[in-house]
Design a protein around this ligand. Structure first.
Ligand SMILES: [Zn+2]
Length: 116
């Protein structure tokens, strides 16, 4: 795929203890597709684990962002696109997320991917 549709991102700084989206297990389904966020800790799809190590200095990287499958086909999702059409582009595997990390010492980025 050459390109995916462009979105403007609006940022809201959260207060200490506030969450970017509901993380309780009972509300997991309604959060699918809406888990894009910057900072905090990664919300791993396949169970909690440590941040990846920097490829240069071998120290743990810092979590920067996670990008969700924002076109997940559900009536809960504002940008939902029917998966039966060719129009759904923002879908990483099975409603997966891309995680971005950074080593602030080496200026080295790192990315991971997980889906359910
Ligand atoms: Zn490093």
């Amino acid at each position: 795929m050459d390109q995916i549709p462009e979105f403007r991102v609006t940022l809201t700084r959260l207060r200490l203890g506030e969450e970017a989206y509901p993380t309780e297990f009972e509300r997991r389904e309604e959060a699918l597709g809406q888990r894009t966020k910057l900072g905090g800790r990664p919300d791993w799809e396949q169970g909690r684990r440590d941040n990846p190590q920097c490829k240069k200095c071998q120290r743990p990287t810092t979590f920067v962002a996670q990008i969700d499958s924002v076109e997940y086909g559900s009536h809960h999702i504002p940008h939902s696109v029917n998966w039966m059409t060719d129009e759904q582009k923002w879908m990483f595997g099975d409603v997966g997320l891309i995680y971005v990390f950074f080593c602030f010492d080496c200026l080295e980025p790192h990315a991971e991917f997980e889906c359910g």
